[in-house]
Design a protein around this ligand. Structure first.
Ligand code: IPE
Ligand code: IPE
Ligand code: MG
Length: 227
């Protein structure tokens, strides 16, 4: 992930930085891979390959801006319902990218994290993810948080289960349950909420992303699929 930003990107980053007020935490729904490919009469899979470049570009831009946390929605709980071939391509791409990018994450002092139901991921993805997380755990310049097999409702259900067990065991009095009890039981516990949520490709939906955490985030939807 060596910085490969174009001169115009670097200029833009400098302009934005000069204005100040850089978000601490940006969350992105990286959408539109399929439509990008369709526009070029290519298979959806070509769009997913191109999507990896977009991830790199987003990470590099955030490094340049000095953003501290970047959460990327890479694969949702609902995405499991996609055709088998598409799902396996996405899983293969994840393994390949985790393998090839870990060294560069370290060079840029980026700590990798993930949120989501990782148990449902294929063993090979789990292994690569675990390894990349371990290898980058000492980094402190930026957090790259990948939402994989993630959905906001799944996360809330899990939190309710954990809290209920604490109540049943007598560890927690239901009257003491407050917003912090919930936040502390989400997969993002300990992370500040996103200041800015971006969705690429023009759909005005949250699609089950960070339902609790986006309560006060600014939202930006970028225009339809880029050319
Ligand atoms: C986002 O692009 C990537 C994933 C969901 C993994 P899409 O695959 O949803 O592309 P569109 O929205 O159909 O264009
Ligand atoms: C959201 O995009 C999930 C990711 C980008 C990983 P989708 O394309 O899956 O969401 P919908 O189907 O438009 O709601
Ligand atoms: Mg989509």
């Amino acid at each position: 992930m060596a910085i490969k930003l174009k001169a115009q990107d670097i200029k833009l980053i400098e302009e934005v930085k000069a204005k100040g007020n850089i978000p601490n935490h940006i969350a992105i729904i990286m959408d539109g891979n399929g439509r990008w490919a369709k526009k070029r009469s290519l298979p959806r899979i070509a769009g997913h390959h191109k999507g990896v470049d977009s991830v790199r570009h987003a990470v590099e831009t955030c490094i340049g801006l000095g953003v501290k946390i970047l959460t990327l929605y890479a694969f949702s709980t609902e995405n499991w319902k996609r055709p088998k071939e598409e799902v396996s391509t996405l899983m293969r791409l994840m393994v390949k990218s985790l393998k090839s990018e870990t060294d560069e994450l370290n060079e840029n002092k980026i700590k990798l994290m993930s949120i989501g139901d990782t148990h449902s991921l294929p063993e090979i993805v789990r292994q690569e993810l675990k390894s990349a997380i371990e290898k980058t755990s000492h980094n402190d310049k930026m957090i790259l948080n990948l939402a994989l097999s993630y959905s906001g409702r799944w996360e809330l259900v899990e939190a309710v289960k954990t809290i209920s067990k604490e109540v049943l065991s007598g560890k927690l009095n239901p009257d003491q349950i407050c917003e912090k009890t919930i936040s502390d039981n989400l997969t993002t516990a300990g992370l500040p909420e996103p200041d800015l949520m971006i969705r690429t490709s023009g759909e005005f939906r949250i699609s089950n992303f960070l339902l609790w955490q986006l309560a006060y985030s600014e939202i930006f939807i970028s225009s339809e699929v880029s050319t």
